[in-house]
Write a protein that binds this ligand. Structure first.
Ligand code: AMP
Ligand code: MN
Ligand code: MN
Ligand code: MN
Length: 279
């Protein structure tokens, strides 16, 4: 049987994506996606438009969100909530609280960038984000490229925005406990996003997976747009070992800015249980 072309991780202009929710859905449909989740960072605001468009073009749609959490020694980890009820008051309140920290963080980032010769970054990033509660490093990166300091967004991260670089500031997001409580409370399935993107040792990664599972976490993204084949094999093994459901998501942010386009990931190993079998 042909595997389902599911893409359960992507972004719209409601967080740091470049396309409006309706455009994301249309592009997914054009790319052959058969099941799509929109997972904006700490935001549910794009889901109504995305679902309406999905109904219009005949694409199965899952309400999603990607929650930023702090873990261990200033590590940021992203937890996906798939199939959440966007009307759930606790989830809405929790996400509002997470977003409310972004504006002051942006101010601190801009102050650090100013010291290394990148001026006006707060206003510049805000112009790209459109809303102080949504300002992300991606919006800073777009401004820095626009100012001619770097060739593309990826090199901005390498030089200025990744942990340890001049424009990176520490920040407290939600806790793992919060994220799981909000997702599970809203009827969703919690999935660890892009497990290869965190600077964790193998032992620390196991600790994270164990803690996540103990709190009711169900899945990991075995296939992510940003990872290599050996990582896919490793996370397939982790899914077996921890009994996790396996997810597949491009983490698409927009044309020209993403690792991979919507719906263009390889298939999951056949012995894994796809998270969409439970949604
Ligand atoms: P923030 O939530 O403000 O810390 O921004 C994180 C976002 O930056 C991620 O969701 C990605 O969209 C983007 N990002 C992080 N690392 C990179 C990278 N190395 N290259 C391009 N984009 C990145
Ligand atoms: Mn992003
Ligand atoms: Mn992420
Ligand atoms: Mn993402």
């Amino acid at each position: 049987m042909k595997p389902l072309n599911a893409d359960l991780h992507c972004h719209s202009t409601v967080s740091d994506g470049l396309l409006a929710p309706a455009e994301v859905v249309r592009r997914a449909k054009d790319n052959g996606v058969e099941l799509l989740a929109l997972t904006d960072h700490d935001e549910l605001g794009g889901l109504v438009e995305a679902r309406a468009t999905a109904d219009e073009v005949g694409l199965r749609f899952v309400d999603g969100v990607e929650i930023s959490i702090s873990w261990g020694d200033d590590q940021t980890v992203h937890i996906l909530g798939l199939g959440v009820d966007p009307g759930n008051a606790e989830l809405q309140k929790g996400l509002h609280q997470v977003r409310s920290g972004r504006d002051s963080r942006a101010g601190r980032m801009a102050a650090e960038l100013d010291k290394v010769g990148i001026h006006g970054a707060y206003e510049g990033a805000l112009r790209h984000a459109g809303n102080p509660a949504l300002v992300s490093r991606s919006h800073f990166a777009r401004y820095i490229v626009e100012q001619g300091h770097a060739r593309d967004v990826k090199s901005v991260f390498d030089h200025w925005l990744a942990k340890g670089k001049p424009g990176y500031v520490e920040h407290s997001w939600a806790t793992l406990e919060d994220a799981l409580r909000w997702i599970v409370g809203a009827g969703g399935t919690a999935v660890i996003a892009h497990p290869g993107r965190y600077r964790l040792t193998k032992a620390e990664r196991k600790d994270l997976f164990g803690a996540f599972k103990d709190l009711g976490g169900r899945g990991i993204e075995v296939l992510s747009g940003s990872q290599k084949d050996d990582e896919t094999r490793e996370f397939s093994r982790s899914a077996r070992e921890f009994g996790f459901l396996a997810s597949r998501g491009s983490d698409f942010h927009g044309p020209g800015e993403s690792w991979i386009d919507l719906g263009r990931l390889p298939d999951l190993s056949e012995d894994l249980i796809p998270v969409w079998s439970q949604l």
